[in-house]
Design a protein around this ligand. Structure first.
Ligand SMILES: C[S@@+](CC[C@H](N)C(=O)[O-])C[C@H]1O[C@@H](n2cnc3c(N)ncnc32)[C@H](O)[C@@H]1O
Length: 259
């Protein structure tokens, strides 16, 4: 059963954008003051946020402040485990990455800050709207403009559908790397991800088709598929990764593919 969600707005300025999204995706739309669903996508004058009204928590994405900006400035560059996992090397052009489970775009943004062109695939239109809102707000920032120029675009679609179409095309269109970080039901909750993950769990539940996603990714990547897992979690399927990169709380399973 999916959790009831509605769209809301806080002012006349944000009403049109809220109504457009609601009509496109067939959600009810109200003024914030009259929202009765447990979750709502709320268009404020500052940003679009996802609210859990039962727990009284909300999330929005900001590429220019908080965690993401800090990581961009002080994040450890190529020494980070994620950089090693995608095979980033000094003096070699950063790989083109498809992040097939974009979520709140944290990992995609880290990869973009490392110089990778990134296509973000997200099947939840609500989550894709949070990312697109953050992109709209960041677009006047000089550093962010260079990221967009290199390649940072969101496609609100199932990755399985997108990659199925991609493998029918020329291999030259394939990404070097496909990055996967599916929802993990027993994911350990560190203080910084707790609120985000709580809301994502309420909205999305767990991802039931991760094995299928891994299989299609192995066909569509030119060089490697990288799967992010919490330490100690089972592999996504019986196919063994070629090797693993470990960090404090996270394990990256690397599947090298030969094309
Ligand atoms: C754990 S979150 C990813 C978090 C992300 N790595 C980040 O840094 O914010 C998983 C996301 O993948 C999305 N997802 C899972 N399977 C998908 C699929 N087959 N196609 C598109 N999106 C998918 C879910 O909707 C969810 O938003």
């Amino acid at each position: 059963m999916t959790t009831p969600l509605s769209i809301s707005y806080t002012s006349e300025e944000t009403k049109k954008a809220a109504l457009d999204f609601a009509n496109k995706h067939d959600y009810p739309c109200n003024n914030q003051a009259s929202t009765s669903t447990s979750l709502n996508l709320n268009y404020t004058d500052e940003y679009v946020e996802l609210k859990d009204n039962n727990k009284n928590i909300s999330i929005h994405i900001d590429f220019l402040a908080g965690d993401l900006a800090h990581r961009q400035q002080f994040g450890g560059g190529r020494g980070q485990s994620i950089a090693k996992a995608i095979g980033l090397k000094q003096g070699v052009k950063p790989p083109y990455v498809i992040d097939a489970t974009a979520g709140l775009a944290k990992d995609a943004y880290v990869l973009a800050c490392l110089g990778c062109p990134v296509t973000l695939l997200e099947r939840s239109p609500v989550i894709a709207e949070l990312i697109n809102d953050a992109i709209r707000r960041a677009k006047y920032d000089e550093h962010f403009q260079s990221i967009v120029k290199t390649g940072f675009k969101v496609i609100a679609e199932s990755s399985i559908d997108y990659l199925t179409r991609l493998i029918e095309k020329s291999k030259s269109d394939y990404p070097d790397v496909i990055y996967l970080d599916p929802m993990y039901p027993d994911r350990k909750k560190s203080a910084s991800v707790k609120k985000n993950m709580q809301i994502l769990q309420v909205l999305l539940g767990k991802d039931p088709d991760t094995e299928e996603l891994l299989n299609i990714s192995l066909k569509a990547a030119k060089k490697r598929v990288v799967v992010k897992r919490p330490k100690g979690a089972a592999n996504l399927s019986d196919i063994k990764p070629t090797y693993q990169v470990n960090s404090k709380k996270t394990r990256y399973d690397i599947y090298i593919v030969q094309k």
